[in-house]
Write a protein that binds this ligand. Structure first.
Ligand SMILES: Nc1ncnc2c1ncn2[C@@H]1O[C@H](COP(=O)(O)OP(=O)(O)OP(=O)(O)O)[C@@H](O)[C@H]1O
Length: 251
C-alpha cells in the first residue's frame, strides 16, 4: 500500500502541497483532480521522489521512503510513466523498452546468462511494444514518432518496470481524439490484469468518470474531497472548486 501522511512542500511562502494524508489501496485506480495549480503534479513529484517534502511522509509497503531518491523508489515498485525527456531519442522503440526490462532484471556478469537474458529481454520488449500497439513501429527511432505514439512508448516502458504502483500524469494530454482510446484501453488492461495501485492525474472528466474507482480532489494544495466518483463529483465543494467549470467545458 502507498500512503502519504501530512505530506507538505513549501516553495518560499507558498504551500503547494499542504498536509495531504491519503492511502492508496492495491486494486484501486484513484484519479487526482483539481484546478490548474492545485498541486497535483507537485503531489506526484513528492510521491515519486522528484521533489523532497518539507514535512510529512511517503510510505510504500510500510517502508518510509520519504528520504529516498527517485531511483530507489522505482526499485521498490513505484512506477511513474516516463516523460519524453527520459526516452533515448536515438534508439528504436523496442530498444528503449528493452533497456527498462533489462534494468529491472539486474543482469549478472556471467556472459552466457547475459546473452540468454538479452534474448529474453528483447522478446519481452517486443511483447510490450505489441501490447501498446506499436508493433509495426518497433524499429522506428523513438524521436521520429508522432506525439501519441511517444506516449504509448512511455506506457510500454512503465509496464516494463512491472511496478506495484502505476502513476500516470495526464497520459492523454496532447493526444488526438482517436489516439485517446488506445491509452485508456491500456490503463483498463492494467486495472483488470492485477492487483496494481494506479494513480491518475487527469483533467478530462469523462476519462476520470470512466476509469476511476475513487477520486481525490486537491485545491490550493489541500485534499478537499475523497470518495467514490459519483459522490465526489456531486459534492458542492467539488462543483464549486472545479467540476462546475469542467462540466461547462465538457458540455
Ligand atoms: N519548483 C517550484 N517552485 C515554485 N513553485 C512551484 C514549483 N513547482 C510547483 N510550484 C507551484 O505550486 C503550485 C502547484 O503546481 P502544480 O503544477 O503541482 O499544480 P497542478 O495541480 O499539477 O496544475 P496543472 O493542472 O496546471 O498541471 C503552483 O502554484 C505552482 O506554480
Amino acid at each position: 500500500m502507498l500512503e502519504t501522511r501530512n505530506l507538505t512542500v513549501r516553495f518560499g511562502g507558498h504551500v503547494a502541497v499542504d498536509h495531504v494524508s491519503c492511502a492508496f489501496q492495491p486494486g484501486t485506480l484513484t484519479a487526482i483532480v483539481g484546478p490548474n495549480g492545485a498541486g497535483k503534479t507537485t503531489y506526484f513529484n513528492l510521491i515519486s521522489g522528484q521533489l523532497r517534502a518539507t514535512e510529512g511522509q511517503v510510505l510504500l509497503g510500510g517502508h518510509d521512503i520519504t528520504a529516498e531518491p527517485a531511483s530507489t523508489r522505482t526499485h521498490r515498485g513505484l512506477g511513474r510513466a516516463f516523460q519524453l525527456t527520459q526516452l533515448f531519442p536515438n534508439l528504436t522503440v523496442v530498444e528503449n523498452v528493452r533497456l527498462v526490462v533489462q534494468s529491472r532484471r539486474h543482469e549478472g556478469l556471467n556472459l552466457w546468462s547475459v546473452w540468454l537474458d538479452r534474448k529474453e529481454t528483447l522478446a519481452r520488449a517486443h511483447e510490450l511494444v505489441k501490447q501498446v500497439q506499436l508493433g509495426d513501429k518497433a524499429d522506428a527511432i523513438a524521436s521520429s514518432l508522432p506525439h501519441g505514439d511517444q506516449r504509448k512508448l512511455e506506457v510500454a516502458m512503465l509496464m516494463a518496470l512491472d511496478p506495484q504502483v502505476f502513476m500516470f500524469d495526464e497520459p492523454t494530454a496532447g493526444m488526438s481524439v482517436d489516439e485517446v482510446p488506445v491509452i485508456l484501453d491500456l490503463i483498463r488492461m492494467l486495472k483488470a490484469r492485477r492487483d496494481a495501485t494506479i494513480l491518475l492525474v487527469e483533467h478530462k472528466m469523462d476519462v476520470v468518470r470512466e476509469l476511476a474507482d475513487r477520486i481525490i480532489v486537491l485545491h490550493n494544495g489541500q485534499l478537499v474531497a475523497d470518495g467514490e466518483p459519483a459522490t465526489v463529483i456531486a459534492s458542492p465543494v467539488v462543483q464549486q472548486a472545479y467540476l462546475g467549470m469542467a462540466a461547462k467545458e465538457a458540455a
